[in-house]
Design a binder for this molecule. Structure first.
Ligand SMILES: [Zn+2]
Length: 359
């Protein structure tokens, strides 16, 4: 799929929660994943697009996207290991991977690429930095192309990625691709089962039409400090297959949480208008907490209907509401004053008015 991008401005999703640990992923390997693993000599010919029998999300496991994010993560992890503090990202940097298996040339190339990422990128946010967002769109488009030159990427980034590519292909990519495809197999089966109903409910509750085209999802072994992030022109979800907090049913919620970043406009506008009407400052994160709460609640409800009664929505499970006094206050407001809307006992405008009144 060709991604039509407009590079001048980007809608940003604030990222997911702050309490993730990166661990290995367990899951079944799809037929395609087995092909990818066995096909040692021609890894380029494995399609990045993973065909699934649902049409809500369009899943990809792309070589360049994975290399780019892995380099970013490893560059960050090295800096953290050397004692540098890099804001919130520092807390989630995975450990530095061993390079013992690399030959001398590969080690040199890998180290040079990491140096480039350390110098230019790790102090910048993958979601908030315009150049990194542009790179993300371009690399998503490039899928598994054999080379990056002449694709409108910054020259130095092309050089670093191409320098690192042989070592990455030889030592990590097959395993990362296998994990990505296993994650996709699980996620796609859940989307097939629950996705249609969920997308209809989200369209109704958020007062926004659901996307006409399947929403593009780039699955990478590492996404960002939060485990997933989304940019909106066009909607592009980048999600980690290697984060414990985003597996199984939480993968279903997270996919819809990210996709719902494109559905949250009416909520954001209503919060702002209601705050103005009530002469209150607009709280910075209430729209995002409302997105967490609403998406989690509706996914929980769909699962409970199907007999899965013990699902804890992401924000509860990962302690997102406990991070700050503001979040605790938002949680109480959402439970007391927004929940009636989700239960059909109040309308959108009235619930919003009550919630803002409680700020
Ligand atoms: Zn979010």
């Amino acid at each position: 799929m060709k991604l039509k991008t407009r590079h001048k401005s980007y809608g940003m999703s604030a990222a997911l929660c702050a309490l993730m640990a990166i661990v290995g992923c367990a899951g079944r390997i799809s037929g395609q994943a087995q092909t990818a693993v066995k096909n040692d000599r021609e890894p380029q010919q494995v399609e990045a697009r993973v065909k699934t029998d649902q049409d809500i999300f369009d899943f990809h496991s792309g070589f360049w996207m994975n290399l780019h994010h892995f380099l970013y993560q490893q560059a960050l992890a090295q800096k953290v290991a050397q004692g540098e503090r890099l804001g919130r990202a520092s807390r989630y940097a995975d450990k530095v991977v061993s390079v013992d298996a690399l030959n001398d040339g590969e080690k040199r190339d890998w180290a040079a690429a990491l140096e480039h990422y350390q110098k230019f990128y790790v102090s910048r946010d993958l979601l908030g930095d315009e150049e990194l967002v542009k790179i993300n769109y371009r690399l998503a488009e490039l899928e598994n192309e054999s080379a990056l030159k002449q694709f409108g990427l910054p020259e130095a980034a092309v050089a670093a990625l191409e320098q690192a590519a042989p070592a990455y292909r030889a030592h990590w990519w097959k395993e990362h691709d296998r994990i990505n495809r296993a994650w996709i197999a699980v996620a796609a089966s859940l989307v097939k089962k629950y996705g249609r109903g969920l997308s209809e409910q989200f369209a109704s509750v958020y007062h926004e039409a659901w996307a006409k085209e399947p929403v593009r999802v780039e699955v990478a072994i590492y996404a960002n400090w939060a485990g997933a992030y989304t940019t909106l022109r066009p909607t592009l979800i980048t999600i980690s297959s290697g984060v414990a907090a985003v597996q199984d049913y939480a993968a279903l919620e997270t996919l819809f949480h990210e996709a719902n970043h494109a559905m949250i406009r009416a909520v954001s506008v209503a919060i702002r208008n209601e705050c103005m009407a009530q002469n209150k400052p607009v709280p910075r994160d209430l729209w995002h907490m409302t997105l967490f709460y609403t998406t989690g609640e509706i996914v929980k409800r769909a699962l409970a209907k199907d007999g899965q009664k013990d699902y804890a929505p992401y924000a509860y499970k990962q302690g997102l509401y406990q991070i700050s006094p503001e979040n605790q206050r938002y949680q109480r407001l959402l439970e007391m004053r927004w929940q009636p809307y989700l239960d059909g006992k109040s309308d959108f405008a009235e619930a919003m008015k009550q919630m803002v009144a409680g700020l």
